[in-house]
Ligand binder design. Sequence first.
Ligand code: GLA
Length: 397
Amino acid sequence: MRKDDAEYVVSQRASWHGVRRPVALMGAIACAAILMATTTANAGNIEKRDFGKLPDGTPVFEYTLTNAKNMSVGVINYGGIITSIKVPDRDGKIDNVVLGFRDIDSYVSKNPYFGVIAGRYANRIANAKFTLDGKEYTLAANNGPNSLHGGVKGFDKHIWQVKELPGGDSVGLELAYRSPDGEEGYPGNLDVKVTYTLNDKNEFRIDYAATTDKATVINLTSHSYFNLAGNGSGTVLDHKLTINADKYTPVNATSIPTGIASVEGTPFDFRQPTRIGDRIRDGDEQLIYGRGYDHNWVLSRPNDGSLALAARLEDAKTGRILEISTTEPGIQFYTGNFLDGTLVGSAGKMYRQGDGLCLETQHFPDSPNHPDFPSTVLKPGETYKTSTVHRFFTDKI
Ligand code: GLA
């Protein structure tokens, strides 16, 4: 029995049957003692190892968070990149379910955002421009006419300060980065903290926080490419996906949202579990613009900052399931459309189109130019806070 379960039972019994309280309490204390002994033996841990150097000599480290169930998450201090997420399949076989590289040089020279923290503004800002409080800001255009994932040197290409957070039934890392005023054209010194936490329920949680000294815009996400059948095992077209959304944001030819539309009757309707490959080659204009799925869904959720279930991904072959809950209003579903066989990943296999998929929880792309979208403005005195939880389990549990 887990400690919190034991406490729950005690409090329930205590209130239901006052007279039994001493017995229940003694039982719970015994139970908690056994549990503490077990968690001490199997407690999660954090390992740190050298992961090479940046071209300027800065050392890079890889931290591996491991929980009591042997699930692990690898993270480097460059870009806050998640290098691996290792989880069991239905038979207990552990495999890495995210795409990545083995060496820092590949992450520095050719990373298509594998595992990164994307910011200051994840996804696109049209024509690399926005106006805030009457002033126009010009950003770096690094994706055709648009600015993508924070510009030429986004948060994915900086060294983050890492603090280890050892714990009882969870282990974590706090990553901090100060984005200076004017960086990539954005106003305000922005202090960002991203906390990665892995608990013993095989939940990997990301908490984002930021403050600024001038009004700015911010949209942070995590850009892992998932393949629940295992990194390097082929395409994700057989995975089944459910997205809790009645609407999505269709795009123009440069992937900038043109508004909000219903998913009804389109290949974007994932309200029921649907095989990703079923409609990906439909001659739909939206799919052609993205070369597959590369769109933002408008999540059906209360507007109260709570964690709400956004998406569920299942792989029938291994039985692995991932559920993503978030406080965010949107999720970008991207099917690795630009992987073209030129990269060799951490499994020693070459990546081709569709070999991984991203489910990036976020505010909507280009919100600074769409006053009708939820606001991405952060003002001095406010704290930006969002959270996303990735829960891994199998069809056997
Ligand atoms: C996001 C974008 C895609 C692409 C990937 C990274 O998902 O929407 O167009 O840039 O990131 O390649």
